[in-house]
Design a protein around this ligand. Structure first.
Ligand SMILES: Cc1cc2nc3c(=O)[nH]c(=O)nc-3n(C[C@H](O)[C@H](O)[C@H](O)COP(=O)(O)OP(=O)(O)OC[C@H]3O[C@@H](n4cnc5c(N)ncnc54)[C@H](O)[C@@H]3O)c2cc1C
Length: 326
């Protein structure tokens, strides 16, 4: 299954494991099951810390396999093939199950560990989907960190009957406890904020302690970002509300003919937008500029709007004079 280069690379990664990892496969006599068996056996050969066994009695999709630690039954599961764009997700799941730390913030990791609901996620992906690995990796990490969370990443090409039965129109498509949860690219923070019901209250309490905003912009895509820039540059205390900063541009790899940008990628453009806003805002904060520019409205001290750039995506509780829908 894996060529020599891939094996060498994976072997080097698996040297980072600090805890043993067990791969438990649930297989049938299909060709896909034989493929998965061969792949898992090859992976297990690359590290003494990885073992592989079959348990075909489990009430799980076939073929599928759980990535866990010996003696445990929790962790991420792949149903179908974890190759194509999902190979990175497989490698990360192996590493993180084996004790390699995630690069997410400690606060977010702690929030995931403290979730006290039983959350069973299923994600449908395709091997050619660019947006799927982020979602699969986020949910895999949640399943690794918290035993009350499970995640099965399902290859829609292998389980086409489920794609039809559940009317999946695009991938990634995520189901939580059997119900539709979301579709398209989602970050770990977005997923956690959606399932952590207490987080809304915590955020609302934090926001209620703040002074009132003068303008609330609903929607944090390019239009919302532009509205926020031109509001904040006039010294108006501005808040930007949205689930994710970047809007639709995050849903595509190729962005072409965006004004003055012949070709870029969605995630790069969203990153560039947020960086540009910070730069522009700092420019307009300079006191000498404020005094000489007659257009500058300085109703409130400059630091009021500064919070916007530290937290572009905020919750619902605002007092406001104006609203903009973008
Ligand atoms: C696959 C794809 C490829 C594309 N390729 C190109 C391209 O090559 N070149 C190009 O110029 N354009 C391209 N576009 C179009 C471009 O992404 C959009 O024109 C642009 O994102 C529109 O910006 P917007 O801010 O108006 O809306 P959006 O980007 O849609 O942002 C609106 C935001 O508002 C949020 N929102 C909506 N309702 C609420 C609510 N009630 N509360 C809070 N938030 C809410 C949404 O979640 C979203 O984040 C592409 C779009 C897609 C999907």
């Amino acid at each position: 299954m894996l060529d020599t280069t891939m094996k060498n690379q994976l072997k080097a990664y698996l040297e980072k494991l600090t805890k043993p990892v067990e791969l438990i496969a649930t297989l049938d006599d299909s060709a896909k099951s034989a493929e998965i068996k061969e792949l898992l056996a090859e992976i297990a050969e690359l590290s003494e810390k990885v073992t592989f066994r079959e348990d075909n009695t489990l009430p799980e999709r076939k073929p599928s396999f759980l990535i866990t630690n010996p003696g445990s039954h929790s962790g991420p599961r792949f149903a179908g093939s974890p190759l194509g764009h999902e190979f990175t997700s497989l490698v990360l799941a192996l590493l993180q199950t084996g004790g390699h730390p995630s690069k997410e913030t400690q606060a977010l990791l702690d929030q995931i560990r403290q979730l006290d609901d039983d959350l069973h996620f299923e994600t449908y992906y395709s091997l050619s989907c660019h947006n799927c690995p982020d979602v699969v990796q986020a949910l895999n990490l949640m399943a690794i960190l918290n035993p009350r969370i499970s995640h099965t990443a399902i290859d829609g090409g292998v389980f086409q009957n489920e794609i039809q039965d559940r009317n999946v129109m695009g991938v990634p498509a995520v189901f939580l406890n059997g119900k539709e949860f979301g579709q398209g690219r989602m970050s770990l923070a977005e997923i956690v904020s959606k399932v952590d019901v207490n987080a809304d209250k915590r955020t609302a309490d934090e926001l209620n302690k703040r002074d009132a905003y003068e303008v609330l912009i609903v929607g944090s895509g390019p239009a919302g970002a532009a509205a926020a820039i031109y509001s904040a540059r006039k010294g108006i205390r501005t808040a930007l509300l949205g689930e994710r900063f970047g809007g639709q541009v995050l849903d595509t790899v190729d962005i072409e003919n965006y004004i003055s940008v012949p070709k870029t990628e969605g995630s790069k453009l969203a990153g560039a937008e947020s960086a540009r806003q910070r730069i522009r805002y700092r420019r307009y904060r300079q006191p000498e500029r404020q005094q000489t520019d007659p257009c500058q409205r300085r109703r409130r001290p400059a630091h009021y709007s500064d919070r916007l750039w530290r937290r572009a995506e905020v919750a619902q509780h605002y007092h406001r004079d104006r609203r903009t829908l973008a």
